[in-house]
Write a protein that binds this ligand. Structure first.
Ligand code: R5P
Length: 275
């Protein structure tokens, strides 16, 4: 068995190889001047492969597809640490594509198993038939174990995820509730806990534009001693990180499903455990 490390997961791919003992197969990938991608697996003699590549851009998807094609006829476990397109898990409006359904069909037509980390929703997961999902909330919790912090979910829907992180940290947790005061004012407050003078960690699955966390942080800043943000997938589109730090967030941490400066936690061992 060999492991192929895709261009969006170079560090994590190496870490999974180290943690699992599966050696890396040499692979060449290039981009032509017109944007087309070329892939060659140099060392394609084995019968079984693990391919590791996050889907954080359309190029990541094309690369993954081309590797899968190069491995036609082999047994492939596809590891997509960050499953992009999972937020479009249903048709919100008539005529919309269910993006994650299209991705699931495509990937599963090649791979015999798909491994991912905290896919955005149960609905998104429901579009896959051969998926194994790994949970990184415990990893986030361990990072804060022993610290006097309170973890907040940006909304009620994500509370279950945050509960798992808080249980692993051994800290209090709650969710933020939005109340409309008047036409111009929306107040966002923890539903049950008083966070005055406390160190707050806003925990989310994805930070993309940073908008969700920034809105929450702005409201908490007066009360809380400090506000940090922790997520599994640090998509951090555009200038999101600047935006987060300018809003008064004192620190952002994430796992390495998307490889960023803030990726201080690694999901390699969790993934190696299911290979
Ligand atoms: C929403 O359902 C997700 O759990 C995240 O809260 C959202 O994707 C974060 O996006 P952004 O950083 O752009 O606000």
């Amino acid at each position: 068995m060999k492991l192929i490390v895709g261009p969006s997961s170079p560090l994590l791919g190496k870490r999974i190889s180290d943690a699992s003992g599966i050696p890396i197969a040499e692979t060449t990938y290039r981009k032509f001047p017109d944007g087309e991608i070329y892939v060659r697996v140099e060392d394609a003699k084995d019968d079984e492969f693990v391919v590791v590549n996050s889907l954080n851009s359309n190029d990541d998807l094309v690369f993954t597809l081309l590797v899968l094609d190069a491995l036609s006829g082999k047994e492939v476990t596809l590891v997509i640490p960050y499953m992009g397109y999972a937020r479009q898990d249903r048709a919100f409006l008539d005529g919309e594509a269910v993006s994650i359904r299209a991705i699931a069909r495509l990937l599963e037509s090649y791979a015999s198993k798909v491994v991912t980390v905290n896919i955005h929703s149960e609905e998104a997961k429901g579009h896959f038939r051969k998926m194994v999902e790994v949970d990184a909330m415990g990893l986030i919790g361990e990072h804060y174990r022993g610290e006097d912090v309170v973890m907040l979910s940006p909304d009620r829907g994500s509370l279950e995820r945050v509960r798992r992180a808080a249980e692993s940290a051994g800290c209090d947790f709650d969710y933020l509730e939005k109340t409309r005061i008047d036409a111009e004012t929306v107040e966002i407050r923890p539903k049950n806990l008083d966070v005055s003078g406390r160190k707050v960690i806003i925990v989310d699955d994805i930070i993309s534009t940073g908008g969700t966390v920034v809105t929450a942080a702005k409201q908490l800043k007066g009360d809380a001693e400090s506000v940090e943000a922790a997520c599994v997938h640090a998509v951090l589109a555009g200038n999101a990180l600047n935006r987060l730090y300018s809003s008064g967030i004192s620190r952002v941490i994430a796992t390495d499903t998307v490889e960023r400066q803030v990726s201080v936690l690694s999901v390699a061992r969790l993934i190696a455990g299911v290979l």
